[in-house]
Design a protein around this ligand. Sequence first.
Ligand SMILES: CC(C)(COP(=O)(O)OP(=O)(O)OC[C@H]1O[C@@H](n2cnc3c(N)ncnc32)[C@H](O)[C@@H]1OP(=O)(O)O)[C@@H](O)C(=O)NCCC(=O)NCCS
Length: 177
Amino acid sequence: MSLELPTDRLLIREWEPGDAEAALRIYGAEDVARWLTPEWHPVTGIQEMRSILRAWIEASPNLVPPAGCWAVVRGDDGALVGGLSVKQLPPFDEDFELTWALRPDQWGKGYATEVGRAIIEWAFEQGLEEIFAVARPDNEPAIAVARRLGMEWVGETEKYYGMTLQVFRLRPAGQEP
Ligand SMILES: CC(C)(COP(=O)(O)OP(=O)(O)OC[C@H]1O[C@@H](n2cnc3c(N)ncnc32)[C@H](O)[C@@H]1OP(=O)(O)O)[C@@H](O)C(=O)NCCC(=O)NCCS
């Protein structure tokens, strides 16, 4: 499913091959990669970034909503500021998590919260009953985004990705426990 979801300042859209150079400024940054899944390392160059994007673009039509992996661009000038995804958490692929990666010079503007709110609303419209965010205990910016989105802290676990993570959850309004 091809998604194009505007917010006040941003647009969530499909990745495009032409995003590689700008995407490298996100996924090539040590400050970003260190907080992503354990197998991530900073993308080392434009060729590697192009092949990662190619894989994301090829995979996209086969993802069943609300799963997805999208680019986040500014609404006014189209500049790529981040990436956003909704994906199933390993190892059981039961729970859906929301993940963000913003270009480091774009932190502190509320962009992650803005696109998070929009994609959660969309995911709930697709029928999702709860969405999770997981963060390393010292990833204060990610934990702050989860709290800003109204997510509830549900505990600490080692069941995902083989490392200790703080777990946050949100359910649609009116369906909280
Ligand atoms: C996690 C991450 C996306 C958070 O980015 P962020 O910019 O801190 O979060 P937001 O975009 O919601 O911005 C919030 C900040 O902008 C400020 N802000 C400015 N304008 C704002 C607005 N209009 N609305 C909301 N907040 C605003 C807030 O006060 C807050 O500032 P603070 O950090 O000084 O308290 C970013 O740190 C990142 O990409 N990290 C690397 C990858 C990662 O850790 N991903 C999470 C695990 S998947």
